[in-house]
Ligand binder design. Structure first.
Ligand code: ADP
Length: 170
């Protein structure tokens, strides 16, 4: 049985096999969660990212975690919210699926996710939480992990994820 935990906190502190970061397509750092991840991991993370040559939205890449407690960082690029009719939902769902695919490929047992796309990229939080938890629920039917953690930074995001968790029943 995989344990799913939804918590409020800082993803860079998570002691898991991999943390996911919500990057932008250049993979060269920035603000929000990705800025925090780069700062905590140290400059080697940027050097590793530079070698990847970017990442299209909906896809995921992996690097070591360097100074992070997590051994790996999975970099995914969420959709920028454009009103909801530009395929944003499908791209966000694909981010979660691709992160899980990378985690499986590397034999990882525990993965922490932030709320992808709901910061600078402007995706509405409840809608994003529904997609995230639906994908996580689907994944947990197919693959067993030790632990999946969703780390919400802001209280309102945490509340939204907890409500959607109850609604979806995951
Ligand atoms: P995006 O560009 O995909 O919207 P952001 O980093 O701007 O990515 O925001 C995604 C979510 O990550 C937001 O809810 C933001 O508050 C949250 N966040 C920011 N810093 C952290 C952190 N250290 N740990 C976990 N979540 C964080």
């Amino acid at each position: 049985m995989t344990t799913l935990t939804i918590m409020q906190g800082d993803i860079t502190r998570q002691n898991v096999d991999a943390i996911v970061t919500a990057a932008n397509a250049a993979l060269l750092g920035g603000g929000g969660v990705d800025g925090a991840v780069h700062e905590a991991a140290g400059p080697d993370l940027l050097i590793a990212c530079q070698k990847l040559g970017g990442c299209p939205s909906g896809e995921a890449r992996i690097t070591p975690g360097y100074r992070l407690p997590a051994r790996w960082v999975i970099h995914t690029v969420g959709p920028v919210w454009q009103g909801g009719n530009a395929g944003e939902d499908a791209i966000l769902a694909q981010c979660y699926r691709q992160c899980f695919a990378v985690a499986r490929e590397y034999g990882l047992r525990s993965v922490a996710f932030p709320s992808i796309s709901t910061g600078a990229f402007g995706f509405p939080v409840r809608r994003a939480a529904r997609i995230a938890l639906t994908e996580i629920k689907q994944m947990l039917r197919q693959t067993e992990f030790e632990s999946i953690v969703v780390v919400c930074f802001e209280p309102e995001v945490y509340t939204a994820y907890r409500m959607l968790r109850a609604e979806i029943g995951v």
